[in-house]
Every structure is written in structure tokens, then in C-alpha cells.
Write a protein that binds this ligand. Structure first.
Ligand code: F6R
Length: 609
């Protein structure tokens, strides 16, 4: 949610900032800007729109002679997308970019207005700049001024800052929103995440909560919350610049759909020893699993859906009562915890504010926490008591695919680990479950991706409709919720997911001649019942696509189109269905001419509550 980048060194800063911003666009893309230190002071160029709009402005009026700059790509919170509200914002000698929210900005704005400040934008960022400028005027030293200024602010935020009278210096602070420093051969960098810096360097340091960073062309230092100055400890990322590029695919989403078989292998194989689930490399022993009596899964959006699917698998396989909660609601109606409750938070980005708040709440209540996270060293990963990385690699498309897929595969492994540690399944069954995820699921996804032409043809019909329904029972109801979110978020078609048996209790009145209903049926035991529900809508004129097992009897009898899923194992069938609904959403959005990787109003990393 908003992307920040900064650079100071001995090379031209402007192309570095624009390149980094183009990668960070997935965090927000309604306006963009740069503040560049030149011989004439700090020049700011910003506008509504995407990086291309900024590049046009910079082409018309090039900034030369600049080796120190900060940049920003915005997802609007306070004040709509406009040139004026775009970052950077200036107040006196301070120019800053900001990710996050200053919750008490109204009070601060009144305070600063009473002192004579005038504001041009509607943003909380401009208020933050004014507060910092106020403190800088009083104290004269940047570190102290930043410290005093943030003490006046509440909320969750990160700033990249230039001071008019400190040429070549970039300052930054992290208070709840992520920031990474990086060291190149040509200078020092700052960014909201590492993917933006991959074209320049691989050495990075994650800023801790409350830490200040001070970058010059030849040095980087950190100032801790206690005022102590320390040097960063540099790590080397395993990510490559190619992992954050489209690699010949028209969209990141499609690339990421195709990366799923490999992503499953990367997530699952480090957790297998002798064919059995083993999380010792994650610091989790069989004893730990054996103590788990109850699981609360907490997440947002698709990650919640992964939790719904995982919860059912955990109950079926490990026989551990499991419930899934929407993170933004968890604190307001916390479920009762029993002795042996484990809170599992799931997050691809590792920075989702609602999930983080729920994690902190659970920790405050003294509950053990385990995070399933993709992006390494992120706040959620660092704050949880235990962490399991999904190793899906960078996910750039706003709509998650491989992130979700690997979350489900890790949940399968946890279910197998608990079931085996507690003696609820025998060794052979545990091995078979692990094998099915590691071997059958990737093959099944490949097989489904070979049916893309058929899915595209079905999308050709769906794309003309404004309302679509997904239905399913059991695991497939949980899967339907993810399928429905995928379709609506990228194609802007209204889509609802219903428990198949629930339709007749109200929603069936919405079914008209031609209304698309997509039924998912991966569980053999539930097929007949789901098929009855399919007949109910089919006979009322619905246009039915049935995604079902390849051993289903005569599925064509009650559907216009049928997608057959491999039945090598339960995992194979489920993951194949996932690939089918992802491709269906993708192809529908392509046919509607939507901006697939950057759907309107969304951002990849939601760092505001
Ligand atoms: C939908 C999607 C979102 C995220 C949600 C949580 O395709 O990507 O619903 O799943 O915002 O994000 P993370 O997993 O980063 O916490």
C-alpha cells in the first residue's frame, strides 16, 4: 500500500527511482512522484496516474545533475488521486514520501494551521511534513527532529525524507510500515520492499520498528529507538531480477498461475524427511504439533480462503477443531481460546495491517502464534512465535494465485504433521498425503493448464454477464469463495459464492435464463448432492459450467459445459480445480479488456487497517 524508494550515491538517481517505482507500482498506482536533489535544491515532479505519466513529465523537463532522490507510488487513503495529493509533499525545509496512515492528522493539522501553516493537499502526509518541519526548525538536527515529530503522530507509517539543507542525505523512519535499506556498489538505497531494488543490488537490511536510517553516498547508519547509532547488518537476498519480471507472459498473473507447480514443490519439499512431514528446519518439532488442541486461522481476503480450505483439511485429516477468521474482525469478537489453542496467521505479503493487528492481539492474549508467510523477513514473519515460509517467490500480480496455492499446500503438510505426530493417521497414510501434494498436485495443475483453450471459450460467454454464481459443498464451498473473489476482483463482474445447498433458501430467485452458475465438485462423496443443486439451477435456465471429477457419472446431463478434473488423489483434484477457476477468471478479465495485474482501487500490500 504505497511504495517508497530512495537513493543516494554517485550515479544518476532519476532512472533508478523511476525503475524502482515501476516495480513498486503493485503497491498502489493512482499517482506517482519524485523529489530530486539538484544544484538548485530539491525539485519535485508528481502527477496523478502511473509511472508512464511521470516519465512523460520527466522527458518534457528532464532533471539532470541528480544523485540523490526519493520517489513514491500512491494508493490513496486521505484525499483522492490527484496531482496535488500525489507525494512527495513539502513543508519548509522538509520533503517527504509516506506509506501508511497518520491517524491523528486532523488534530495535527489544526495545531499546525493555528501556527500559520497552510496546506495545499488533503493528505495526512503533508501534515506529517509540516510537523517534521516544525520540529526541525526548533531542534536543528534531523534525527532528533524526526524522533520528536513521530512522537506527536499516531498510526502506522514509514517515511523517506530529504532536508533542503542536507544535500546528498536521505533519511527514513519505520513505524509500522515496512522499509528496507540496501547497499550497492554505487551508493545506498531505500525501498518498501526488496523487489524494487533487485535491478541494483542484492544486499539488504530490514529496518526494525522505530528505527531511523541515515544514508549518504558513502555510508548507511541506523539510529535505534534509544538513540544509539548502529551499522546495518547486510544480508543477501536469494531473489533474482528475473523473478520480478514477466518472463515472456503477457501478465504477471498468468506467469504466476503457471509457476504454481514449481511453487508447490518449493514449499513442500523442505518439509519432508523420509517421506514424512517434518518442520524441524522451521524450528517446529513433532512435540509442538502434538500439543495443538485447537487452531484459529486468521487472515484477509484470499489468505482467509486458504484458511477455510486448510481448516477443513485440518479437521478431516488431523481431527483438530479449526476455525478461520477474517483478521479485521478477529479483535472485535475474539473466539474463546482453550489450553492448546494455536493461532495461525496467513499472509503472502507478510505486511497486511489487519493480519498484523490480529497477530499482535493474539500474542497479547498469550496465545502461541504461527505465521504462514511468503515474503521473507516481513513484519508478520518476524513477530510471530513460529514462521513457515511458503517460498513461492515474488508475487507481483495484485490478485494472488501462487501465494494462495502454496498456503493451501503448507496447510496440507501441517495437517499431515499433526495427524502423524498424534497418531491419528498411520505412517503410510501420512506419506501418501505428503506425496499427493508434492507429486500429484503439480501434475494435476499442469494437466488443467493444458485445457486453457476450453476455459477461454467458456470465459467468452461469462465475460458478457454482470452476475455470476459459484456453488460448491464442503471443501468446494471454501474453494468457491476464492474462485468468486478471483473473478470479481480482476474482471469486475459481480460474483457470489454459495454453499450449493443454500441457494434454494433465497438466492435461487436471482437465477434467470442464461445466468452463469459455476459448480465445483471435487469430493466424490458430495457429488450427488451437488449435482442435485446443479439440476435445480439448470432447470431454471442457468448456464451451468460444472467443474467436477473425471469419474463423475454423466455430468453433461445437467451442464452446458464440463471441466473434468484428474482424480489421482484428493490433492490433485483440488489443486486442478484451483487452476481452472484461476484461468477462467484470468481469461474473462482479458476478454473484458481489464487491467489484470493492477485491478482498479486495489493494491497488493494492504498496510492500512
Ligand atoms: C486477492 C488477494 C487479497 C489478499 C489479501 C491478503 O487476490 O490477493 O485478497 O489475499 O489482501 O494479503 P496477504 O496475503 O498479503 O496478507
Amino acid at each position: 500500500m504505497c511504495g517508497i524508494i530512495g537513493y543516494t550515491g554517485n550515479e544518476n538517481a532519476v532512472p533508478k527511482i523511476t525503475k524502482g517505482l515501476s516495480v513498486l507500482e503493485y503497491r498502489g498506482y493512482d499517482s506517482v512522484g519524485i523529489a530530486a536533489r539538484t544544484g538548485n535544491g530539491i525539485e519535485t515532479v508528481k502527477c496523478r496516474g502511473r509511472i508512464g505519466a511521470l516519465e512523460e513529465k520527466l522527458e518534457a523537463n528532464p532533471i539532470t545533475d541528480c544523485s540523490c532522490a526519493i520517489g513514491h507510488t500512491r494508493w490513496a487513503t486521505h484525499g483522492g488521486p490527484s496531482d496535488i495529493n500525489a507525494h512527495p509533499h513539502r513543508a519548509g525545509r522538509v520533503v517527504l514520501v509516506h506509506n501508511g496512515i497518520i491517524e491523528n492528522y486532523k488534530e495535527l493539522k489544526s495545531e499546525m494551521s493555528a501556527k500559520g501553516d497552510r496546506f495545499l493537499s488533503e493528505t495526512d502526509t503533508e501534515v506529517a511534513a509540516a510537523v517534521l518541519n516544525d520540529e526541525y526548525g526548533k531542534l536543528g538536527t534531523p534525527a532528533e527532529a524526526i524522533r520528536k515529530a513521530i512522537a506527536r503522530m499516531t498510526g502506522s507509517y514509514a517515511f523517506g525524507i530529504l532536508f533542503e539543507d542536507l544535500p546528498g542525505e536521505v533519511w527514513a523512519v519505520r513505524c509500522g510500515s515496512p522499509l528496507i535499506l540496501a547497499k550497492g556498489t554505487d551508493g545506498y538505497y531505500l525501498a518498501s520492499d526488496m523487489t524494487a531494488l533487485l535491478p541494483f543490488t542484492k544486499e539488504y537490511h530490514c529496518l526494525e520498528e522505530g528505527q531511523l536510517a541515515h544514508l549518504t553516498p558513502n555510508s548507511a547508519e541506523l539510529i535505534t529507538a534509544d538513540g544509539e547509532t548502529v551499522t546495518p547488518t547486510w544480508s543477501v537476498t536469494a531473489m533474482t531480477p528475473e523473478s520480478a519480471q514477466k518472463g515472456g507472459y503477457p501478465h504477471f498473473m498468468l506467469k504466476e498461475i503457471y509457476e504454481q507447480p514449481e511453487a508447490i514443490v518449493k514449499s513442500v519439499s523442505p518439509r519432508i524427511k523420509g517421506g514424512l512431514p517434518d518442520f524441524s528446519a522451521d524450528g517446529i518439532s513433532p512435540d509442538f504439533w502434538a500439543k495443538v488442541k485447537n487452531i484459529q486461522i486468521v487472515a484477509c481476503g484470499s489468505a482467509t480462503h486458504a484458511g477455510l480450505v486448510g481448516g477443513r483439511i485440518l479437521e478431516q485429516v488431523a481431527q483438530v477443531p479449526t476455525s478461520s477468521y477474517i483478521a479485521s474482525e478477529y479483535r472485535y469478537h475474539p473466539p474463546l481460546a482453550v489450553d492448546g489453542t494455536l493461532v495461525v496467521v496467513i499472509s503472502q505479503s507478510g505486511e497486511t495491517a489487519d493480519t498484523l493487528a490480529a497477530l499482535r492481539y493474539a500474542k497479547q492474549k498469550g496465545l502461541p502464534t504461527l505465521a504462514i508467510v511468503n515474503a521473507v523477513e516481513t513484519t508478520i514473519a518476524r513477530e510471530a512465535d513460529y514462521r513457515i515460509y511458503t517460498y513461492a517467490g515474488p508475487e507481483i500480480a495484485v490478485a494472488t494465485t501462487k501465494g494462495y496455492c502454496t498456503q493451501v499446500s503448507v496447510l496440507y503438510m501441517i495437517a499431515a504433521a499433526i495427524a502423524h505426530s498424534c497418531g491419528r493417521i498411520c505412517e503410510a497414510d501420512a506419506k501418501e498425503l505428503v506425496r499427493s501434494v508434492l507429486e500429484d498436485a503439480p501434475v494435476a495443475i499442469h494437466q488443467m493448464l493444458e485445457q486453457t483453450d476450453a476455459l477461454r471459450r467458456m470465459a467468452g460467454d461469462i465475460c458478457h454477464h454482470e452476475h455470476v454464481f459459484y456453488i460448491g459443498r464442503g471443501l468446494d464451498y471454501a474453494m468457491s469463495q476464492e474462485a468468486s473473489l478471483k473473478l470479481k476482483e480482476i474482471s469486475y463482474i459481480h460474483c457470489e459464492a454459495y454453499a450449493a445447498g443454500e441457494l434454494k433458501h433465497g438466492t435461487i430467485s436471482l437465477i434467470e435464463e442464461g445466468t452463469p452458475v459455476i459448480a465445483i465438485s471435487t469430493e466424490a462423496a458430495l457429488y450427488d448432492k451437488t449435482e442435485s443443486n446443479v439440476r435445480e439451477v439448470y432447470s431454471r435456465g442457468a448456464r451451468v459450467i460444472l467443474i467436477c471429477r473425471d469419474d463423475a457419472k454423466n455430468p453433461q446431463a445437467s451442464a452446458d459445459d464440463v471441466i473434468l478434473l484428474p482424480t489421482t488423489s484428493g490433492a490433485a483434484t483440488l489443486f486442478a480445480a484451483l487452476a481452472a477457476v484461476q484461468v477462467l477468471a484470468y481469461e474473462t478479465a482479458v476478454l473484458r479488456g481489464c487491467d489484470i495485474d493492477r485491478p482498479r482501487n486495489l493494491a497488493k500490500s494492504v498496510t492500512v487497517e
